[in-house]
Design a protein around this ligand. Structure first.
Ligand SMILES: NC(=O)c1ccc[n+]([C@@H]2O[C@H](COP(=O)([O-])OP(=O)(O)OC[C@H]3O[C@@H](n4cnc5c(N)ncnc54)[C@H](OP(=O)(O)O)[C@@H]3O)[C@@H](O)[C@H]2O)c1
Length: 232
């Protein structure tokens, strides 16, 4: 799959939801809930997967690093670690809250997406672990700029956004989703105020909903549906 969009990766958002759009499987009673997300995800060819800070903290270090002795003179410039990697995992971590023991999650090599709010000592931590990082803005992230940097600096041509709801919602709101991959679980969750596949903003503002065109639909895992949509 090739991006038709110049200078940025093709973006596929992949999500596992209940029929009411909820994404936390807390009360779903699934045997091995990871497989329902991961097995279809693995069939989507991509150079990188991208998640929000909260989702990545399931994979990053559980240690709390003491940064007080770190360097204080590191400039707020993109850093491409000298590593050979074919596939990447990217975390949207504007304030630098993820810590790393290594620069890998499974076989993928980590890229941190930061704002200039982060400290030099945090950058020192990332460099000490050979973790690459890019800046997506001073205080707020410009997601289009982030995508362009992923394309230019890491040759990422296709990126799969793997959640959670906030990161999906912010790419949706920015109009940067080219394709949607939904694994629809045959259950109604029914919780009020819990996370949904796209948590873009509160209430009804001026934004219009995003429409998609059906590409394919397949029955999987018994009564689950794997639905693929193309952006209109
Ligand atoms: N069912 C599924 O398909 C699926 C997939 C993935 C995850 N999940 C579940 O979803 C839950 C996490 O979802 P979540 O929505 O709470 O969190 P999330 O999307 O994983 O992470 C949200 C955080 O990422 C940062 N962030 C994301 N977009 C940003 C933007 N445009 N600008 C600035 N910062 C941005 C912020 O970090 P800061 O707070 O540091 O500013 C934000 O609080 C977990 O329970 C996880 O297991 C479900």
């Amino acid at each position: 799959m090739k991006s038709k969009i110049k200078d940025r990766p093709y973006v596929i958002c992949h999500t596992l939801t209940s029929v009411d759009g909820k994404i936390k499987q807390t009360i779903w009673g699934l045997d091995d809930h990871h497989k329902y997300f991961e097995i279809p995800a693995a069939k989507i060819k991509a150079d990188a997967w991208l998640v929000g800070r909260i989702t990545m903290q399931e994979f990053s270090s559980k240690k709390k690093y003491d940064l007080s002795k770190g360097r204080t003179d590191i400039p707020k410039k993109d850093f491409v670690a000298p590593v050979k990697a074919k596939t990447w995992c990217v975390v949207i971590d504007p304030s630098g809250k993820c810590f790393w023991d290594t620069n890998k999650v499974s076989t993928e090599t980590v890229i941190e997406v930061l704002t200039e709010k982060v400290s030099s000592q945090y950058l020192d931590h990332l460099r000490s672990r050979n973790v690459s990082y890019i800046f997506g803005g001073k205080e707020k992230l410009n997601l289009e700029l982030v995508l362009r940097k992923l394309y230019k600096l890491f040759n990422i041509k296709v990126v799969r956004i793997d959640g959670g709801g906030h990161v999906n919602g912010s790419f949706l709101k920015a109009g940067l989703i080219d394709e949607l991959s939904v694994v629809l679980a045959p259950l109604a969750d029914g919780t009020i105020g819990s996370l949904t596949a796209f948590d873009a903003e509160e209430g009804y503002g001026k934004r219009k909903a995003t429409w998609f065109k059906l590409k394919s639909v397949k029955k999987i895992f018994g009564d689950f549906l794997w639905i693929r949509y193309q952006a209109v």
